[in-house]
Design a protein around this ligand. Sequence first.
Ligand code: 13P
Length: 252
Amino acid sequence: MSKNRRKIIAANWKMNLTIGQGKELVHNILKEKDLPCEVVFAPPFTHLSEIKKITSDRDKVFLAAQNCHHESSGAFTGEISTDMLKDMGVQMVIVGHSERRELFGDTGKWINQKIKACLKRNLQPIFCFGEKLEQREQNQHFETVGKQIKEGLSGLSEAQIQDVIFAYEPVWAIGTGHTATPGQAEEMHQFVREEISSTSSDQVARSVPILYGGSVKPANASELLSCPNIDGALVGGASLKANDFLSIVAAV
Ligand code: 13P
């Protein structure tokens, strides 16, 4: 597992695309032989093994799941364990996405358990957090994000925190076309590093990647990605079109 801070562009397909469409998309993206950064594909569970066949021989290309359960097996109808994901060749797992928190009731405690389960299996968690619009309007965005980070990292050792990929996704910017300004995003990413530092150490805080997510598109990617504390992007809608995704990758 790579431990260094590096540039990452991750594609969160959410519940979109058939397997055939997904394979075509990945083929088209990987026609680009010279990727300037790590690229992560997070397709639905059902697509993972087919997409793995296309990505496995490519350097700097990783496969992620969009969720996991924290137990390794048992009576949890409809759930997928980290053992199962590992078995499929998955390398990373998105944990704590706001859609999971909002629509499926994922709590801070569960997210913490999922992060621990991932790290135990050597899967890198992509740990998402971010405030809602009303929290920003009431100037509670730092407090909200600080609490989410503390909950997510609770009980983790410094070495474990070093293996986490962080992703700030303000809920009001997801799928809305309203991107955070580079100033808003950079300010929050700096705050996130301070929070990580207070939970572990300054050295760890400086060495982990922090991605930004929320309406990232070709038109705003380079401005966001040029901020010193933004190490990459977690892309939803624009990751479903090869040209748009490649433009974002090129903005690195
Ligand atoms: P959009 O890029 O569609 O706003 O989605 C962001 C996101 O939720 C990525 O995880």
